[in-house]
Structures are given as structure tokens and as C-alpha cells.
Design a protein around this ligand. Structure first.
Ligand code: MD6
Ligand code: FE
Length: 194
């Protein structure tokens, strides 16, 4: 379910929280298990963080760059994620992981499934901020032709139930400018990982 503009009301608090997180755990380009540097830069907040390296993908309570826990999940993040999930019919969503993705022009995310979380009955809530992107929403098979969904600043997507394992990705971003976020797009995905 796409909730257009759902995050706009909390935009200022969200951006403040984002600065606090990235001051403690800066965005970095992870390496895939195959050894490729991801074009999207990532960081995390909350008890668990998603990481990728030569050993594989996993959720880890420790930021490998600092050796310290990930920054705490801000209250505004929890409130927004719970409210959005409830709008889509998933009550009592309490995420323990927030993956933050930063895109610049040309960055992309290839088709993937999110399946590293323990309870696939829990939804994922995704918040788009900054310059627009085209989201690819595929099927349950990698070869299924994806729908193209434009996502703009403030849009929130809730995924769950039968859609939880659908393949998805992001097309290479076009150069653009956003008055608050400059030349970047930031996506927050809230998960119940553990
Ligand atoms: C992005 N989002 O929008 C990447 N995954 O930058 C995801 O990969 C994603 O938005 C699972 C559920 C929602 C998402
Ligand atoms: Fe994903």
C-alpha cells in the first residue's frame, strides 16, 4: 500500500533524527558477498542493523565500522512506522531495525527479496525522502515483469502479507534537487528483524 505524503507532517523531526543517526553511524558503501561495492550508501538505527560483506548478509547489533551498537531508534521513527503499518491493517508493528539507504544520481538497487528477517508475517514500512525515484515492484519470481511506482518525498509504502516476498528494486536515480535534501534520496525501511 502506498501512502502518498504520509511522512510530510513529521518531515522536520525526521530530518533532525536522521542527522543525529548519521553523526554516530555515517553512511557507507557496503560490499556484496560477491565483492561488488553497492552504489547505495547505508547505515542503520535500532537494536539490529542490516549489513553485507564478503561473508554474506545478516542483521548485527554492532556497527562494524565503529565496533559500537547502532544509534537508538528515534521515537518519531517508531511512531511513524506504527501509524503507517496500522493504516495498512498491520496493528502493533514494533520494528527493531531501521535500514537507511542514501542514493545519489546514478545509484540503483537491483531486484531483490527481503528475506533475512525472522518473522515474514511482519510487514516492512518504507519511507522516501528527498529526490524522486522509480520503484520496481515485481512478483514472487525474479523473472516477473515489475510494475514501476514513482516515489516522492514523504511517500510511505507498507509491504506485507502476500506481498512480503515480492522482488523489488530501484531504477538508477536521475540527477535532481530537493530543497531539504539536496541531490540525494534517503529511504528508511523499518523491519522486525529479530
Ligand atoms: C528503497 N527499498 O526504496 C529500497 N525493501 O530505497 C527496499 O528495498 C524495500 O522499500 C523492502 C520493503 C520496502 C522497501
Ligand atoms: Fe528491499
Amino acid at each position: 500500500m502506498v501512502l502518498r505524503g504520509f511522512a510530510l507532517a513529521s518531515e522536520a523531526v525526521l530530518l533532525q533524527a536522521l542527522d543525529a543517526i548519521t553523526a554516530q553511524a555515517p553512511f557507507r558503501h557496503l560490499v556484496t558477498p560477491g565483492g561488488l561495492r553497492m552504489s547505495v550508501a547505508m547505515t542503520n538505527a535500532g537494536p539490529l542493523g542490516w549489513v553485507s560483506d564478503r561473508r554474506g548478509y545478516r542483521y548485527d547489533p554492532i556497527d562494524p565500522d565503529s565496533g559500537r551498537p547502532w544509534p537508538p531508534m528515534p521515537a518519531v521513527f517508531l511512531q511513524l512506522a506504527d501509524a503507517a503499518a496500522a493504516h495498512a491493517g498491520f496493528t502493533g508493528f514494533v520494528p527493531d531495525a531501521c535500514l537507511l539507504n542514501r542514493y545519489e544520481a546514478g545509484a540503483r538497487l537491483s531486484l531483490h527479496q527481503d528475506r533475512d528477517e525472522r518473522d515474514l508475517g511482519q510487514p516492512i514500512v518504507s519511507v522516501s525522502l528527498g529526490i524522486p525515484a522509480v520503484f520496481l515492484f515485481g512478483g514472487l519470481q525474479r523473472a516477473d515483469r515489475p510494475q514501476r511506482v514513482p516515489l516522492a518525498h514523504g511517500d510511505v509504502v507498507v509491504w506485507g502479507g502476500p506481498a512480503r516476498l515480492r522482488y523489488h528494486g530501484v531504477l538508477p536515480l536521475k540527477p535532481n534537487h530537493h530543497p531539504l535534501l539536496g541531490e540525494t534520496r534517503i529511504n528508511l525501511t523499518f523491519r522486525r528483524a529479530g
